[in-house]
Design a protein around this ligand. Structure first.
Ligand code: FAD
Length: 333
């Protein structure tokens, strides 16, 4: 079966992998000139379904708990399984209790254990939560690795194009994120920074709870740290605002004062595509299957959505139109 995937963000790349693995002849068309610049490019890369359950519904945990395994199998060596550490300043201890009561899969850690887990945070926080089954990856490296693997499997990539010159695809998968023509979608703006300092080392993502400016910091290679992210109901792709920059940097400084001396090597803005319930959807109509609404869970939920989309494609007779169908997120009662 010949399948055209539109969009080379995390949704497009993961479904291309699922389809190619199951024997489809896959072509990916992407309007940008390369893998960068989309929402996926600016993501933190946290595979954190238990933490996300604090503000997300149960399907995010159910669909996301196998994501780290999927990424490890598809892009060997890209996943770091060191858990997530959640901390709060002593005056915000109530935030930690609230977070603990809204989540599962964690255990409480005291000052001594925080120092063992993250020596550079020694003496800075008295209490925390460790979500030991969580993982993270560098989105840019993981997408590049997935692209290279797909190319080696024979998947064709057409950049700077919304369709290849040739036609004759039996199925099309729409993974165009915020560009999709879908009146239900809204954008949620996420601003992020990348800082570099040799004076701090972290082994895992750290979330700093705060009543107004919760922040997470994801360690990357070469002493770089991704600091994120704002959540603003807006589709504006304009530059990071001074206010957001102050909030992100203030929180980074609260996590460790050495970030005050860090180099700001990048500021970025990504627009998260979201449906009204903030849950993703796989929808079929005619010969097209659409994956969208990944919101703040693209790397976490794209593997499960890609599987559902590939099931839809392969469980139908290729000569027939797909019925209008939505694969639910198996909402729990
Ligand atoms: C700051 C920030 C931090 C985040 N952190 C995390 C995190 O830690 N963990 C996590 O799981 N998620 C995270 N997310 C969410 C995640 O990034 C998104 O859910 C995800 O990137 C959405 O992926 P997508 O493929 O649907 O869209 P996109 O990445 O936007 O990709 C869509 C692609 O389609 C292309 N396109 C558009 N129109 C066409 C067309 N007509 N033809 C061909 N191509 C087209 C676009 O150029 C684009 O490349 C974060 C998001 C942001 C902004």
């Amino acid at each position: 079966m010949r399948v055209l995937v539109k969009g080379a963000g995390v949704a497009g790349l993961t479904v291309a992998f699922e389809l190619a693995t199951r024997g489809a002849a896959v072509t990916v068309a992407e309007t940008r000139h390369g893998l960068g610049g989309n929402a996926s490019w600016f993501a933190g890369g946290m595979l954190a379904p238990w933490c996300e359950r604090e503000s997300a519904e149960q399907p995010v945990l159910d669909l996301g708990r196998d994501a780290a395994d999927w990424w490890e199998a598809a892009t060997p060596g890209q996943v770091t399984r060191a858990g997530t550490l959640v901390v709060a300043a002593p005056r915000d201890a109530g935030e930690l209790d609230r977070f603990a009561s809204r989540t599962s899969g964690h255990r409480r850690v005291d000052e001594d254990e925080i120092a063992l887990l993250e020596p550079d945070l020694a003496g800075r926080f008295r209490r925390g939560l460790l979500f030991s089954d969580e993982a993270h990856l560098d989105p840019r490296q993981a997408m590049a690795a997935l692209h290279d693997r797909l190319a080696a499997m024979g998947v064709e990539f057409h950049f700077c194009a919304d369709a290849p010159a040739v036609s004759g695809f039996g199925r099309q998968i729409d993974c165009t994120g915020m560009s999709a023509v879908d009146g239900r979608l809204r954008g949620v703006r996420g601003e992020m920074l990348i800082l570099r300092t040799p004076d701090v080392s972290l082994s895992r993502p750290v979330r700093l709870l705060h009543p107004r400016f919760p922040l997470y910091m994801v360690p990357r290679t070469d002493h770089r740290f991704m600091i994120g992210a704002t959540m603003i109901e807006s589709q504006s792709t304009g530059p990071v605002t001074a206010r957001s920059m102050m909030e992100l940097l203030g929180a980074a400084y609260a996590l460790h004062p050495a970030f005050g001396e860090a180099d700001i090597i990048e500021t970025g803005v990504g627009i998260r595509p979201a449906f009204p319930d903030n849950l993703p959807r796989v929808e079929a109509c005619g010969s097209t299957v659409a994956i969208n609404g990944l919101y703040r869970h693209g790397f976490l939920l794209a593997p499960a959505m890609a599987r559902q989309a590939a099931d839809l494609v392969f469980n139908h007779d290729g000569t027939k139109e797909l019925a209008h169908e939505t694969v639910g997120q198996r909402r729990s009662a």
